[in-house]
Design a protein. Structure first.
Length: 191
C-alpha cells in the first residue's frame, strides 16, 4: 500500500507540474495573440485569444479536479473525490461547445462584414500556437491513458494545435490570393 501511495504522490506532482506549465504556456500565448491581433487588425487572432483564455480556465479547472481526485475518502465523501475529475471533464466539454459557438458566431459576422487581415502575421502567430499547444500536449501525453482529466486536457490542446495548422493554411492562402490580386491589378493597363 505504501508503494501505491508513493507512486500516486509522484503522479500527482507530475500532473501538477504539467498543468502549471500548460497553463503558463497558454496564458503567454493568449497575450501574444491579443497583442498581434490588435496590431494586425485580425479579429480571428483576437477571437482565438479569447478561446485560449477559455483554455486556460479549462486547464485550471482540470488541475483542480486532478488535485481533488487524489484526496482519500472522508466521513462526508466516503469514496473520496475521484468523480470530480469526471465532472470537470464534462464541464470542459461544455465549455468547448460554448467557445465553438462563439467562434462560429464571429465567423458568420465576419462573412457579413469582411475586413483585410495581415496574412503573414496570422501565419507566424499560428506557428507559435503549434509550438505552444504541441508542448502542452506532450505534458499531458504520459497520463492521458489513465486519467480522463489528463486525456481531456491532452485532446483539448491537440485540437488547438490542429486549429493552428488550419490557421496557417488559411494565412498562406490569404497571402497567395492577395499576391495574385495585386499582380493582376499591376498588369492591367491604366484607363
Amino acid at each position: 500500500m505504501t508503494h501505491d501511495h508513493a507512486h500516486s504522490a509522484h503522479d500527482g506532482r507530475h500532473a501538477g507540474r504539467a498543468f502549471a506549465l500548460g497553463i503558463a504556456l497558454n496564458l503567454a500565448f493568449v497575450l501574444v495573440e491579443a497583442v498581434y491581433g490588435v496590431l494586425a487588425h485580425s479579429m480571428a487572432l483576437l477571437a482565438d485569444a479569447g478561446h485560449n483564455l477559455g483554455d486556460v480556465l479549462a486547464l485550471t479547472l482540470a488541475w483542480g479536479a486532478s488535485t481533488l481526485a487524489r484526496r482519500g475518502p472522508s466521513e462526508r465523501f466516503t469514496y473520496g473525490l475521484r468523480s470530480s475529475s469526471i465532472l470537470i471533464a464534462l464541464l470542459n466539454a461544455a465549455l468547448l461547445f460554448v467557445v465553438t459557438g462563439g467562434i462560429a458566431w464571429e465567423a458568420i459576422n465576419r462573412l457579413a462584414a469582411p475586413s483585410p487581415v495581415a496574412g503573414e502575421t496570422v501565419i507566424w502567430v499560428a506557428l507559435v500556437g503549434i509550438v505552444i499547444n504541441g508542448a502542452s500536449a506532450m505534458l499531458f501525453a504520459r497520463d492521458r491513458r489513465h486519467d480522463v482529466n489528463m486525456r481531456g486536457a491532452f485532446l483539448h490542446v491537440m485540437g488547438d494545435a490542429l486549429g493552428s495548422v488550419g490557421a496557417i493554411v488559411a494565412g498562406v492562402l490569404l497571402v497567395i490570393i492577395v499576391a495574385w490580386i495585386v499582380r493582376r491589378r499591376l498588369r492591367r493597363p491604366p484607363r
